[in-house]
Design a binder for this molecule. Structure first.
Ligand SMILES: Cc1cc2nc3c(=O)[nH]c(=O)nc-3n(C[C@H](O)[C@H](O)[C@H](O)COP(=O)(O)O)c2cc1C
Length: 216
């Protein structure tokens, strides 16, 4: 095994600055502005985000999912409810999201609690997806071991040969919405003197957010 170091892997961050006066008082507006810029200026997967959940033994688990909807209620992604993440969420609804857009030198951290979206919402999105994605979601026991690639392809082939009328949104597939209580916007700056602002909800039912600049 080669013994490598990456000490020289560094660059300066200087795409933009972030000042208190630039910030929206509402973090959802701030998120929306940054997401619009990311969609416009990054090559692909601007909506990819890491989601971390915690299992019953206290072990955190992270993976990428795609953000599919967002409004002042929260952030929605779709997955398999019986997957590892689904089982972790069943035990502990607290989760953390992370967006990183290297081209913009920007990171957003979001923390909050998850709940399933209404069944009608999941079904409406399921039927809007390309047919092959619907079929793959139907035949995959996400996070369970599978003996071979051939077996997966055989299952997909069998599903494809069945009539469209039998393809329904599986009960195991659907969306989660994360309702945030914490945001942090990070803008990389030269010489590692980065700009960081956190938004904390003052109380559970309050719409007001306290904004604080943090040391880099
Ligand atoms: C770019 C990208 C997008 C992904 N989007 C999703 C998604 O929207 N939903 C999903 O369930 N998994 C998605 N995945 C796969 C997950 O990262 C993960 O492998 C899967 O959800 C199983 O995670 P779990 O075993 O922790 O439940 C995506 C992976 C990548 C790299």
């Amino acid at each position: 095994m080669p013994n490598r170091d990456y000490h020289a892997e560094r660059r300066e961050y200087g795409f933009a600055s972030l000042r208190r006066a630039d910030l929206h008082t509402d973090p959802f507006h701030q998120f929306s502005d940054w997401m619009e810029t990311a969609l416009e200026k990054t090559e692909q997967d601007a909506t990819a985000m890491s989601i971390s959940t915690v299992s019953a033994d206290g072990q955190p688990h992270s993976r990428i999912v795609l953000l599919k909807a967002f409004n002042s209620e929260g952030f929605v992604f779709y997955t398999h409810y019986d997957s590892d993440k689904g089982q972790q969420i069943e035990q502990n609804t607290k989760a953390a999201l992370l967006f990183f857009w290297p081209e913009l030198d920007r990171q957003i951290r979001i923390e909050g609690t998850l709940q399933k979206v209404p069944r009608e919402t999941s079904e409406a999105y399921f039927y809007s997806r390309p047919k092959d994605s619907q079929l793959a979601a139907s035949i995959s026991n996400q996070s369970q071991p599978v003996a071979s690639r051939d077996l997966l392809e055989e299952k997909l082939g069998n599903a494809k040969s069945q009539s469209d009328a039998t393809l329904t949104c599986p009960a195991h597939w659907g969306g989660y919405q994360l309702k945030p209580c914490y945001f942090e916007f990070w803008q990389g700056r030269p010489s590692r003197l980065h700009d960081r602002f956190r938004y904390q909800r003052l109380s559970k039912n309050d719409q007001a957010w306290q904004i604080t600049r943090l040391n880099p």
